[in-house]
Design a protein. Structure first.
Length: 529
């Protein structure tokens, strides 16, 4: 009897998350507040870990969790506390919930805009101190002002929509924003320097990456217009805090509202106490609705993956919905076997990989198919390969990977072809699905052949000549190896032939040597799938 799927909820989370896991038949333990040592001591018992922003999942913790841990789910957007490259290298899926708290975070950014424009926190503090400084707090209107969005993804687009309602003009810098999407959102797409020069208010909505770290640098702040007001409810580290402090003190920056800081919890920061600064303690996602939404979403996503193979909102592997997974599973099984076949035959000579699909396969999500091919190829060098770490390992080895989709339907209703470039030239294998479910090899290195790819096989390239099959059968019989199935293909009579035999016993080095000694044999190799 197989062990039940188990998930650890390692941070404080809405109880609905645990309820969903249990409803789906998953065993769940809620243990928030564990120290790193405590977490490392128990994590090997779980298939999945659900976290928020407190628990850090390091490479060391992942190593303690292997080989069982399959998925880490973040109830929220940022995955700063998870070592994503380490997870990818270890074949662990990392998911987040980018939509559960989008409205909450966008509304917080809008609230910060109002607070900056009217100096509401400062006015509140002054009034409660009994000062009644009505003339001191002369604010500005948002209507008619230009709002610059650095990042116009899910949250940025919601902020743009709310800003339009406030009659603001919106310009956006986002390399991934298409012209068509910009028109749809009603924003003007501009380069960063133009945004800095034009915006009265700037708000940041981009993740923290190597490319975005310090995007609001001292040089960038110098390019902003005098009196600019800046909001950051995205990630600490996007803004050079020392440069921002200088800008506030000089008056070039009229105000800044920060919900995030380079170091959190920010119990001390050089910015604190600076004129024109408004701060909140990372409250962007802190509403009742958002906490419930992200908890529900992470539980549903992790359950779909652990039970059905569905992959939603993963940051290190292509998405595969729970609805797609059953339909794609036989294609992925075929793709993995083709990758495994060509990986064993071509070995370390592989320099690039092309994955081509046609017919019914061309109508599907090709990314999981490619991932399965890479997993098959990479398994030649490592037993701990899956769809998550296979692309990572391929990149490490400098392999170029290309996907090609053909609308045509050829001799088969569906076809997957895997081609590799080697020092000996191109090699390719192709396969189809028999009865829409059973993987079947139909071509190997240009030779037509119909073969099931079974657990243990013998691959032979030989000169097509009378008597060879009899000599081969005798050699196998003398070695006590029973043939299960026999598949033969050839380019032309008397030319080169390819044999694929399934065998009941493991192929020994001695048998390989014996077959290689047969007249006419060019290549012989034991294969496993």
């Amino acid at each position: 009897m197989s062990e039940p799927v188990r998930v650890l909820v390692a941070d404080k989370m809405d109880p609905k998350a645990a309820a969903i896991f249990r409803e789906r038949g998953i065993s769940v333990d809620e243990k928030p507040g564990l120290s790193p040592d405590e977490l490392e001591a128990i994590v090997h018992d779980y298939d999945g870990i659900a976290v928020r922003s407190s628990t850090k999942i390091t490479a060391s913790i992942m190593d303690s969790a292997l080989p069982r841990l399959k998925v880490i789910g973040r109830a929220g957007i940022g995955v700063d506390t998870i070592d994503v490259p380490a997870a990818s290298a270890r074949g662990i899926v990392v998911m987040n919930t980018p939509f559960g708290n989008s409205i909450t975070t966008a509304e917080h950014a809008i609230a910060m805009l109002f607070a900056l424009a009217r100096e509401i926190p400062q006015a509140d503090q002054s009034t409660q101190a009994g000062k009644w400084e009505k003339n001191r707090f002369l604010g500005v209107e948002l209507a008619g002002k230009t709002l610059g969005l650095i990042g116009c993804g899910n949250i940025g687009s919601i902020v743009a929509d709310r800003a339009h309602g406030l009659k603001m003009k919106v310009v956006a810098y986002d390399p991934f924003l298409s012209p068509e999407r910009a028109v749809e959102l009603g924003v003007e797409k501009v380069e960063l320097d133009e945004l800095l020069a034009r915006a009265d208010f700037i708000t940041l909505h981009t993740p923290l990456t190597d490319q975005t770290r310090g995007i609001h640098s001292r040089e960038a702040l110098a390019k902003t217009r005098p009196g600019v007001r800046i909001v950051n409810c995205a990630r600490g580290g996007l803004i050079d805090e020392a440069a921002l402090k200088d800008g506030l003190e000089s008056g070039h920056v009229a105000g800044a509202a920060l919900d995030v800081f380079s170091e959190e919890p920010a119990k001390a920061n050089p910015l604190f106490g600076t004129r024109g600064l408004i701060c909140t303690p990372h409250l962007g996602a802190s509403t009742n609705e958002a906490q419930v939404n992200v908890a529900i979403q992470v539980a549903e996503q992790m359950s779909d993956f652990l039970l059905l193979g569905g992959i939603t909102n993963a940051v290190n592997v292509p998405s595969l919905s729970a609805e797609e997974a059953p339909r794609l599973r036989p294609y992925m099984a075929l793709a993995e076997k083709l990758g495994r076949l060509i990986g064993q035959i071509a070995g370390t000579e592989i320099r690039s990989i092309d994955v081509e699909v046609e017919g019914a396969a061309a109508e599907l999500n090709i990314k999981p198919i490619t991932g399965a091919v890479l997993a098959g190829v990479m398994r030649t060098w490592s037993d701990t390969v899956n769809m998550v770490n296979a692309p990572y390992l391929a990149k490490e080895r400098g392999l170029d990977v290309r996907e090609v989709r053909h609308d045509r339907e050829g001799d088969y209703h569906t076809l997957i072809r895997v081609s590799v470039q080697t020092s000996q030239g191109e090699r390719s294998v192709a396969g189809t699905l028999f009865a829409n479910s059973q993987p079947r090899l139909v071509e190997i290195f240009g030779v037509k052949v119909e073969a099931d790819l079974t657990d243990r096989m013998l691959y032979i390239v030989n000169e097509d000549a009378p008597g060879f099959i009899g000599r081969l059968g005798t050699a196998l019989g003398e070695a006590g190896v029973n043939i299960g199935t026999f598949h033969l293909g050839r380019r032309n009579a008397g030319g080169e032939a390819v044999l694929l035999l399934s065998v009941d016993e493991a192929v020994s080095p001695e048998l390989i040597a014996k077959v290689r000694a047969l007249a006419g044999v060019k290549t012989v190799m034991g294969l496993s799938f």
